[in-house]
Design a protein around this ligand. Structure first.
Ligand SMILES: [Zn+2]
Length: 136
Protein backbone atom coordinates (compact mmCIF):
# COMPACT_ATOMS: atom_id res chain seq x y z
CA UNK A 1 0.00 0.00 0.00
CA UNK A 2 2.77 2.38 0.98
CA UNK A 3 4.77 1.44 -2.11
CA UNK A 4 1.77 2.01 -4.31
CA UNK A 5 1.30 5.42 -2.76
CA UNK A 6 4.96 6.29 -3.20
CA UNK A 7 4.83 5.24 -6.85
CA UNK A 8 1.69 7.32 -7.28
CA UNK A 9 3.42 10.33 -5.71
CA UNK A 10 6.49 10.02 -7.91
CA UNK A 11 7.01 13.16 -9.93
CA UNK A 12 4.24 14.88 -8.07
CA UNK A 13 4.73 18.05 -6.14
CA UNK A 14 3.65 17.06 -2.62
CA UNK A 15 2.77 19.15 0.39
CA UNK A 16 4.12 22.64 0.93
CA UNK A 17 3.33 25.61 3.13
CA UNK A 18 0.83 27.06 0.68
CA UNK A 19 -1.14 23.80 0.51
CA UNK A 20 -1.11 23.56 4.29
CA UNK A 21 -2.53 27.08 4.52
CA UNK A 22 -5.17 26.21 1.91
CA UNK A 23 -6.17 23.09 3.80
CA UNK A 24 -6.37 24.83 7.17
CA UNK A 25 -8.17 27.80 5.63
CA UNK A 26 -10.59 25.48 3.83
CA UNK A 27 -11.36 23.53 6.98
CA UNK A 28 -11.96 26.73 8.92
CA UNK A 29 -14.29 28.07 6.22
CA UNK A 30 -16.22 24.76 6.09
CA UNK A 31 -16.49 24.85 9.88
CA UNK A 32 -17.70 28.46 9.74
CA UNK A 33 -20.30 27.50 7.16
CA UNK A 34 -22.07 25.34 9.73
CA UNK A 35 -22.81 28.49 11.74
CA UNK A 36 -24.75 29.88 8.81
CA UNK A 37 -26.27 26.55 7.84
CA UNK A 38 -29.44 26.83 5.83
CA UNK A 39 -28.75 30.34 4.60
CA UNK A 40 -27.14 31.43 1.38
CA UNK A 41 -23.97 32.51 3.22
CA UNK A 42 -23.75 29.01 4.66
CA UNK A 43 -23.73 27.25 1.31
CA UNK A 44 -21.34 29.83 -0.10
CA UNK A 45 -18.89 29.31 2.75
CA UNK A 46 -19.28 25.56 2.43
CA UNK A 47 -18.53 25.69 -1.28
CA UNK A 48 -15.60 28.06 -0.83
CA UNK A 49 -14.14 25.87 1.90
CA UNK A 50 -14.28 22.79 -0.32
CA UNK A 51 -12.76 24.69 -3.23
CA UNK A 52 -9.79 25.56 -1.01
CA UNK A 53 -9.45 21.96 0.17
CA UNK A 54 -9.72 20.56 -3.36
CA UNK A 55 -7.23 23.13 -4.62
CA UNK A 56 -4.88 22.02 -1.84
CA UNK A 57 -5.08 18.39 -3.03
CA UNK A 58 -4.77 19.46 -6.63
CA UNK A 59 -1.49 21.16 -5.74
CA UNK A 60 -0.20 18.15 -3.76
CA UNK A 61 -0.83 15.75 -6.66
CA UNK A 62 0.19 18.19 -9.35
CA UNK A 63 2.98 17.17 -11.71
CA UNK A 64 3.79 20.73 -12.66
CA UNK A 65 6.38 20.98 -9.92
CA UNK A 66 8.03 24.21 -11.05
CA UNK A 67 4.74 26.07 -11.24
CA UNK A 68 3.64 24.83 -7.82
CA UNK A 69 7.04 25.76 -6.43
CA UNK A 70 6.71 29.28 -7.86
CA UNK A 71 3.23 29.59 -6.30
CA UNK A 72 4.58 28.57 -2.94
CA UNK A 73 7.44 31.07 -3.19
CA UNK A 74 4.91 33.79 -3.98
CA UNK A 75 2.77 32.72 -1.05
CA UNK A 76 5.78 32.73 1.27
CA UNK A 77 6.88 36.17 0.08
CA UNK A 78 3.39 37.62 0.48
CA UNK A 79 2.88 36.19 3.94
CA UNK A 80 6.41 36.80 5.16
CA UNK A 81 5.46 39.70 7.46
CA UNK A 82 2.43 38.03 8.99
CA UNK A 83 4.29 34.74 9.46
CA UNK A 84 7.23 36.39 11.22
CA UNK A 85 4.75 38.35 13.34
CA UNK A 86 2.96 35.14 14.38
CA UNK A 87 6.29 33.49 15.09
CA UNK A 88 7.33 36.42 17.25
CA UNK A 89 4.07 36.25 19.19
CA UNK A 90 4.57 32.54 19.74
CA UNK A 91 8.12 33.11 20.92
CA UNK A 92 7.17 35.88 23.30
CA UNK A 93 4.32 33.75 24.70
CA UNK A 94 6.77 30.94 25.34
CA UNK A 95 9.21 33.37 26.92
CA UNK A 96 6.56 34.89 29.17
CA UNK A 97 6.21 31.55 30.90
CA UNK A 98 9.85 31.62 31.95
CA UNK A 99 10.66 35.31 31.95
CA UNK A 100 9.27 38.63 33.00
CA UNK A 101 9.68 41.33 30.42
CA UNK A 102 10.24 44.76 31.94
CA UNK A 103 10.62 48.05 30.20
CA UNK A 104 13.46 50.21 31.39
CA UNK A 105 12.04 53.05 33.55
CA UNK A 106 14.98 55.23 32.58
CA UNK A 107 13.27 56.42 29.42
CA UNK A 108 15.26 54.42 26.90
CA UNK A 109 12.39 51.93 26.57
CA UNK A 110 14.80 49.02 26.44
CA UNK A 111 13.00 45.76 27.10
CA UNK A 112 14.72 43.65 29.71
CA UNK A 113 14.12 39.97 30.17
CA UNK A 114 14.30 38.64 33.74
CA UNK A 115 13.92 34.96 34.70
CA UNK A 116 10.88 34.33 36.89
CA UNK A 117 10.96 33.21 40.50
CA UNK A 118 14.13 34.89 41.76
CA UNK A 119 12.46 37.16 44.31
CA UNK A 120 13.25 40.87 44.49
CA UNK A 121 16.21 41.72 42.34
CA UNK A 122 18.02 44.77 41.16
CA UNK A 123 18.01 45.11 37.44
CA UNK A 124 20.47 47.17 35.51
CA UNK A 125 19.45 48.38 32.09
CA UNK A 126 22.08 47.22 29.60
CA UNK A 127 21.39 50.18 27.36
CA UNK A 128 21.39 53.25 29.61
CA UNK A 129 22.64 51.86 32.91
CA UNK A 130 19.54 52.77 34.98
CA UNK A 131 19.05 50.42 37.91
CA UNK A 132 15.65 49.51 39.31
CA UNK A 133 14.21 46.91 41.65
CA UNK A 134 11.55 44.46 40.58
CA UNK A 135 10.03 41.29 41.87
CA UNK A 136 10.74 38.50 39.47
ZN1 LIG B 1 17.45 52.04 29.98
Amino acid sequence: MKEKFLRFMQGRYGLDQFSKALLIGGLIVVLLSSFFAGGRAGSLFYLLGWILIIYCYFRIFSKNVSKRYAENQKYLAKTYKIRTYIQQQKNSLAQRKVYHIYKCPGGCKQKIRIPKGKGKIEIRCPKCGTTFIKKS
